[in-house]
Ligand binder design. Structure first.
Ligand code: HEC
Ligand code: HEC
Ligand code: HEC
Ligand code: HEC
Ligand code: HEC
Ligand code: HEC
Ligand code: HEC
Ligand code: HEC
Length: 355
């Protein structure tokens, strides 16, 4: 079971997302099933109608547009049931960066649940099966991949000059304070240099404002190890989701908060040492687990739970010394000159899963 689900997900990740969307959605359902909601879902079930429509038997009482959001939020508060990450109740008008698709409703000029969700769709599950549009999104087609294309119904892509905080290095070499050099120091450095003189080091200068997108104060780029005090502006889920409200691969997002068990921590530790090729022997894993060795580079949050930065290093390669724990799997430019996270290859799942 475990194996088949993993290979199914690998297919989803492998890219043919459009063709495989139905498969991926089933996986998403499985993920949703694992999540603990404390209220029953009224959607797509026979007896569900009366949970939303105050019951008059067969005649379903209409629900006023102004009452809809309150109805949804009664359950979708992030605790009783999943919360929506997109802002609601913002003004929805045409601007240079926002388009209004035809027929998408607003409530008093504001963005509402029904703006994106076609609430009438699941009211007739026989005509509109869940499998074709599980989240009952408007103008939705399975041929379209989830995520970006749906967003572009309203967000005009070209109008966005995205601030990319991950691009943290200038094309300029970094000025550094000259250190009194030991005999092994660079030969090019004149011995007569005053101790506080600025010289050009090999590394590139960092853009400190970029660091301050995420950190409340500048941190040491020469750090070789973590102190586990990262002075983040807010918790990671909020910080990252401000700019990345949705994950292309929903299953990866649903990894958030899962606990890394001792066997997995042992595997992660070994992978950090040996890389992703080959398979470590059960004996080694056993020994590592017994010794309580833990990964130092792909770190978990409190309680050994998965956060965004367990999988992604949000820092650009070159910010930290190559020997730093913090440089592990940092972001690099690919051939298209896009700064990417080195997680896109399938084999990468082997960091944590033996497969
Ligand atoms: C999650 C809550 C919810 C569930 C469950 C639900 N509905 Fe609805 N339904 C609504 C909302 C909200 C509207 C109003 C949508 C609008 O204004 O576009 C609506 C509208 C309707 C309407 C149109 C009413 C009118 O006069 O405008 C009918 C008919 C209907 N639903 C039938 C059903 C049936 C049958 C079921 C069960 C299979 C069902 N609904 C389940 C929330 C729900
Ligand atoms: C009685 C509680 C309740 C109400 C009211 C409710 N939902 Fe849900 N909804 C759930 C639960 C429970 C789930 C499934 C588990 C989860 O996501 O936590 C769910 C799932 C969903 C999903 C994902 C599709 C799926 O079937 O898993 C969407 C989209 C959704 N709800 C939107 C809405 C909208 C929009 C409204 C308002 C019209 C609404 N819900 C009203 C409880 C509710
Ligand atoms: C701007 C568009 C937009 C608005 C407004 C919006 N949603 Fe969504 N919602 C989406 C999209 C897109 C998805 C599907 C995400 C995906 O497949 O990853 C979604 C998915 C969901 C889900 C399923 C989440 C999950 O993790 O399974 C729920 C529940 C939900 N929305 C509830 C709501 C509620 C409640 C409101 C109103 C408070 C709302 N949404 C308003 C776009 C929107
Ligand atoms: C129905 C149209 C619509 C759709 C579809 C839509 N958005 Fe939005 N989005 C808006 C509006 C309107 C705002 C509010 C803009 C404002 O306040 O200037 C907004 C705001 C945002 C913001 C907050 C920006 C800020 O300044 O705080 C983010 C992030 C965002 N959308 C991302 C997305 C993503 C990702 C998707 C796809 C899952 C999406 N949106 C789909 C209409 C939409
Ligand atoms: C996109 C958000 C983001 C940006 C931008 C960012 N960081 Fe970080 N940083 C994080 C997160 C998240 C962590 C915690 C996770 C970890 O330790 O890997 C972290 C951890 C660190 C740590 C380790 C703290 C410790 O001792 O445990 C250092 C040092 C650091 N960052 C330096 C920098 C510097 C220098 C810059 C600018 C060149 C920068 N960061 C830019 C998100 C960011
Ligand atoms: C369990 C590991 C894991 C976790 C946790 C995780 N991701 Fe990812 N992420 C991935 C993988 C794998 C991919 C590559 C998917 C692909 O290539 O299709 C990816 C892709 C991405 C991308 C690029 C594609 C896209 O969706 O736009 C972004 C941005 C991203 N993740 C941000 C985040 C943020 C923000 C969080 C926390 C909210 C997070 N990730 C949590 C594994 C993870
Ligand atoms: C200020 C907005 C902002 C914040 C905050 C932010 N990011 Fe990003 N991120 C971007 C932009 C812009 C890109 C460039 C890719 C794009 O155009 O979507 C990007 C790219 C990425 C990618 C590479 C996508 C790929 O294709 O490989 C990952 C992974 C990622 N971010 C993870 C994170 C994580 C984890 C955090 C939180 C620690 C975070 N981001 C916080 C704006 C942001
Ligand atoms: C940072 C470590 C980490 C990475 C990387 C990671 N996972 Fe996971 N994954 C977990 C944890 C923790 C669980 C929770 C279940 C467990 O402990 O076995 C989990 C569970 C799963 C499950 C559910 C298994 C089940 O039997 O219920 C699937 C499927 C899955 N991961 C797929 C993937 C895929 C595909 C990738 C690569 C794209 C990946 N994971 C990368 C940590 C990770």
């Amino acid at each position: 079971m475990r194996k088949t689900r993993i290979s199914m997900l690998l297919l989803c990740i492998a890219g043919a997302a459009a063709m495989l969307a139905p498969v991926c959605m089933r996986v998403r359902e499985a993920a949703a099933a694992q999540r603990k909601s404390t209220v029953p879902s009224p959607h797509w079930i026979d007896g569900g109608c009366k949970i939303c429509h105050e019951g008059d038997g067969a005649a379903h009482r209409a629900i006023a547009p102004e009452a809809v959001d309150d109805l949804c939020l009664k359950c979708h508060d992030g605790a009783k049931a999943a919360a929506e990450f997109h802002p609601v109740h913002r003004k929805f008008e045409e601007t240079a960066s926002i388009a209004k698709p035809n027929g998408w409703p607003v409530v008093n000029g504001l963005l509402a649940c029904a703006t994106c969700h076609d609430i009438r769709y699941p009211c007739d599950p026989k005509k509109n099966p869940a499998a074709l549009n599980r989240n009952f999104l408007r103008d939705y087609s399975l041929r379209r991949t989830q995520g970006q294309p749906f967003c572009q119904n309203c967000h005009i892509e070209k109008a966005y000059r995205k601030i990319n905080p991950h691009e943290m290095l200038l094309d300029r070499a970094a000025p550094v304070h000259a250190q009194p050099q030991a005999a092994s120091g660079p030969a090019t450095q004149p011995a007569t240099l005053p101790a506080d003189a600025m010289v050009l080091a090999g590394g590139r200068e960092i853009i400190e404002e970029k660091c301050l997108f995420c950190h409340t104060k500048p941190l040491d780029r020469n750090a070789l190890k973590r102190t586990e005090k990262s002075f983040l502006k807010t918790d990671q889920a909020t910080l990252c989701r401000d700019c990345h409200p949705r994950h292309k691969d929903p299953m990866m997002q649903s990894h958030l908060g899962l606990a890394l068990k001792p066997e997995m921590l042992a595997l992660m530790y070994v992978r950090e040492q040996m890389g992703l090729a080959g398979a470590p022997s059960a004996t080694i894993l056993d020994q590592v687990a017994k010794a309580g060795l833990r990964p130092k580079m792909m770190v978990a949050a409190a309680g050994n739970t998965v956060v965004c930065s367990t999988c992604h290093n949000p820092h650009q390669n070159g910010v930290f010394p190559a020997t730093s724990d913090l440089d592990y799997r940092s972001m690099r430019y690919n051939r298209q000159q896009k700064l990417v996270s080195p997680v896109h290859e399938q084999v990468w799942c082997r960091q944590c899963h033996s497969m």
